[in-house]
Ligand binder design. Structure first.
Ligand code: AGP
Length: 611
């Protein structure tokens, strides 16, 4: 999705901006551009395509500029093209704006300005911004005031940074519903929509508040046009560094992230398990045991992979604490009139903490006075800031568009929450809690064992290079894993894949099965094992090709499967943390063998900040 970088300092701004844009490429984009300030003028370059193509354009004399803004665009209004790329300028080319988000009333405003004789060049909603700002500047206002007043006229969401030819060494930035972070360096300042763009320069940041407008110049950052120094008190420290957003010798970020799961999973439970009491303590939850006992119902909402984690959360929370759980797609929840009682707790799950639908669902629940809890990866993100309380998953930056380590860390945190609720509500005994905690502690090593098998999985994956369809089946807590396996394959290999509860297959999808149809079946030892074997028999009877994800030591599975990938044994409720790993590797290796761009799949964005 769109990315923003802005810079004021003494270094060549073009280099800083282009390097920043490259760090944002993982988010997905279709065009890019920058504007640089020179004495009394702006130099703007834009192109459709990659940042490397933007870099190849001649920047002319602007090479010496030390102030500028840059953008990667993911088209919403107006096709991807050089014309529609940001920055967008006013008619005189003296005000330049980069914008993330959507201006909902742009058509009305555009008509108004057109009547007044303003000529628009692009098909974007965003172009209204430089035009409005220019109109305000024309009334004799300084840039900060003009931006503030122009924004008062728009409806929608924005993260913007504005540059003017007439205010040297100054940027004005503002946010509403789209994240922006300011970075403080040594005599230099940054502003970005994603810390990854600036973390090589500084780890001291200020997260802009919703609705805030700031001015950045060589004297610093101020939120009221230079009259306040209070903003320094809001500086936060980014707790990861540049090495975490580098490939580190791996061919793709996705592979690096799959391999980092033993560590990211340990980080998710580190310091949170109480082996004395057989429970988990999650400070961020901010909930007494009494409060945990008073929960009537939990609604979990999320999108995509995070929604799959939510489904696993339902199995976990209901099994361990007997609290009824409802899981909803955030995009559906936000447009319903959901029943939310005072005893309902709303959990929102989001890797990025910026997903527009999830954020809207959260705001709806907050409006209805529900207690809201976030399970979020990106520290300081909007969802993390707007929930009443929450637990960070501590997975570290996830760059691959296809989520892997964030998913397993979300499930890990959900298992900790379930344990805490189960113990507080006395549904689990201390002994049962302790056994569960010990199974949690053993997970990272078991994940590492599966990863050791990557070459075997790569070999199996080659069998599927040219398939057009894939079915994934699982039962119980492994049903969401089947959904997640199918989503991973679709996202990065473009093979059509469906996930189903194994027993549902006979109610329709069985019609698809023939010798061309590969079916991945999660068939680990546990309560539903015999039932799953029957489902496999039904597939085999129709000549389907079965890849079984089975438990180490299960010999019987071989007679009904064409391929078997094994995972170690664990508690029934924690098994998704293991069964999903081979499915992640399978989709990765299939996508690589099909020559797909694994880290930047077509049409996808890492963080979906629009509806
Ligand atoms: C996962 O592989 C996806 N790219 C996507 O489904 C993602 O999980 C979804 O957009 C939700 O994102 P979030 O967790 O950042 O809210």
């Amino acid at each position: 999705m769109c990315g923003i970088v802005g810079y004021v300092g003494s270094k060549p701004a073009r280099e800083v901006l282009l390097a920043g844009l490259k760090r944002l490429e993982y988010r997905g984009y279709d065009s890019a551009g920058y504007s640089l300030q020179l004495p009394g003028e702006l130099v703007c370059r834009k192109c459709q395509g990659r940042v490397s193509e933007l870099e190849a354009l001649d920047s002319g004399k602007a090479v010496s500029s030390t102030v500028g803004i840059a953008h990667t665009r993911w088209a919403t209004h107006g096709e991807p093209s050089q014309k529609n790329a940001h920055p967008l300028t006013d008619e005189a080319g003296r005000i330049s704006v980069v914008h993330n988000g959507i201006i909902e009333n742009f058509k009305v405003l555009r008509k108004e300005l057109q009547k007044a004789g303003v000529h628009f060049e692009t098909d974007t909603d965003s172009e209204i911004l430089p035009m409005l700002i220019s109109q305000e500047v024309g009334k004799g206002k300084d840039l900060f005031t003009a931006v503030k007043d122009a924004l008062a006229r728009v409806h929608g969401t924005y993260g913007i940074v504005v540059l003017s030819a007439d205010e040297p060494d100054t940027l004005v930035a503002a946010r509403y519903g789209s994240p922006l972070v300011a970075g403080i360096g040594d005599g230099e300042y940054f502003v970005t929509s994603d810390v990854a763009a600036i973390v090589s320069h500084t780890r001291e940041v200020i997260y802009l508040e919703e609705g805030e407008v700031i001015k950045i110049d060589l004297k610093g950052i101020s939120s009221d046009n230079g009259h306040s120094s209070l903003i320094r008190e809001r500086i936060e420290y980014v707790d990861w560094d540049i090495t975490e957003i580098e490939k580190d010798g791996y061919t793709h970020f996705m592979l690096k992230e799959i391999y980092s799961q033993p560590e990211s999973l340990s980080n998710a439970f580190r310091g949170r398990l109480d082996l004395e009491q057989g429970t988990a303590h999650l400070g961020g939850l901010n909930m007494s045991e009494e409060e945990m006992r008073s929960i009537d119902r939990i609604v979990i909402t999320a999108c995509g992979t995070s929604w799959h984690a939510a489904l696993i959360g339902k199995y976990l929370i209901e099994a361990l604490s007997r609290i009824p759980v409802q899981v909803e797609y955030a995009s559906e929840f936000r447009y319903r009139d959901p029943v939310l009682t005072p005893g309902t707790v709303m959990i929102v799950i989001s890797q990025s903490g910026e997903t527009a639908d999830t954020l809207a669902a959260l705001r709806l629940a907050a409006k209805r006075k529900c207690r809201t809890l976030g399970i979020v990866n990106v520290v300081g993100s909007t969802i993390a800031r707007e929930t009443d309380a929450g637990v960070y998953i501590h997975a570290g930056p996830e760059i691959g568009v296809a989520s892997t380590k964030a998913f397993t860390s979300q499930v890990m945190v959900l298992s900790l929450i379930s344990l805490a609720f189960g113990r507080a509500r006395n549904f689990l005994s201390r002994k049962q809690g302790l056994e569960f905690a010990q199974q949690i502690i053993a997970i990272p090593e078991k994940v590492a064992k599966i990863l050791d098998n990557s070459s075997e999985i790569a070999e199996i994956a080659r069998e599927f290079t040219y398939v057009n369809n894939f079915l994934y089946l699982g039962r119980g807590v492994n049903y969401p894993v089947a959904l997640e396996g199918a989503l991973k394959l679709k996202e990065i290999s473009y093979i059509h894949a469906e996930g189903y509860p194994a027993a549902e297959m006979k109610h329709g999808p069985i019609a698809l099965i023939d010798e061309m149809m590969p079916i991945a079946v999660i068939a680990v030892k546990g309560a539903a094992y015999d039932k799953v074997i029957s489902n496999i028999e039904q597939v085999k009877a129709r000549h389907g090709r079965v890849l079984a994800i089975a438990t180490v030591g299960d010999i019987d599975i071989e007679s009904v499967s064409d391929w078997v990938i094994r995972v170690p044994d664990t508690s029934d409720m924690l098994v998704p943390l293991l069964t999903v790993i081979p499915l992640q590797l399978l989709s990765y290796h299939i996508a690589v063998s099909r020559g797909c761009d694994v880290d930047k799949p077509r049409n996808l964005a890492k963080s979906v900040t629009v509806e």
